[in-house]
Every structure is written in structure tokens, then in C-alpha cells.
Design a protein around this ligand. Structure first.
Ligand code: I3P
Length: 109
């Protein structure tokens, strides 16, 4: 699965609140491959090698949990991703259907 997602980092490993200045929303082209959610800064280019930054932004979704961010009302179609190492991301999908599709795909693996 792939598509555009806007990401906000809410908590760093061990659930520590991400500091001010690193909490802004950023747009990525997201690709779910196996147990890794790749977040590419530029829009998708077919055979491109992953850059150092792409690797840094990639998230392991092994033992992670995605759920609709019912308590977050500043933007629509936002879901939480909590990783095994207790990081927390918010992701905004382009529409409700895409949001649900990402949640289902992340939780099924
Ligand atoms: C953050 C940015 C986010 C905002 C966050 C700010 O600033 O303005 O959009 O979250 O508020 O800290 P920065 O880019 O300097 O990190 P919201 O859009 O959800 O308000 P927060 O610290 O209350 O999460």
C-alpha cells in the first residue's frame, strides 16, 4: 500500500514527548512494505534508491498499533501509530477511506 500521508511526531522512543520544534506536520509519500512503513520526503519515484533520510524516517510497524485519533480534532482523517518502542506518530490521510485502509493494513501484519 502507498499514498500521501502528513506526519506529526508526538512521542520519541519510550514514549518521551517529542520536543517543541520537532512536532510540526510534514508531508511524505508513504509505502508499506512488509513490516516497514517507508516515508519518502519527495513524491514517489519508481526505481529510486532510498536516501539516508528515507531510511531514518522509516518506521517498523512490527508490534505496532494504528487507531483513529478520535480525540484529535484539529485536522480530519488523522490516525495514531504507536510503535513497539513506544514512539507515537499522528498521520493525516487524504480522506476517511484512505485513513481506514492504512489502519487496517498496519494492524493486520
Ligand atoms: C508544533 C507545530 C504543530 C503543533 C505543535 C507545535 O511546533 O506547530 O503543528 O501541533 O503543537 O509544537 P513545531 O513545528 O515548532 O514543533 P498541532 O498542529 O497539533 O497543534 P503541540 O506541541 O501542542 O503538539
Amino acid at each position: 500500500k502507498s499514498g500521501f500521508l502528513v506526519r506529526k511526531v508526538h512521542a520519541d522512543p519510550d514514549g518521551k514527548r517529542t520536543p517543541r520544534g520537532k512536532r510540526g506536520w510534514k508531508s511524505f509519500y508513504a509505502m508499506l512494505k512488509g513490516l516497514v512503513l517507508y516515508l519518502q520526503k519527495d513524491e514517489y519515484r519508481a526505481e529510486r534508491d532510498l536516501t539516508e533520510e528515507d531510511v531514518k524516517n522509516a518506521v517498523s510497524i512490527h508490534h505496532s498499533l494504528a487507531m483513529r485519533a478520535a480525540d484529535y480534532s484539529k485536522r480530519p482523517n488523522v490516525f495514531y501509530l504507536r510503535t513497539a518502542d513506544w514512539r507515537v506518530f499522528l498521520f493525516q490521510a487524504p480522506n476517511a477511506e484512505q485513513m481506514q485502509s492504512w489502519i487496517t493494513r498496519i494492524n493486520v501484519v
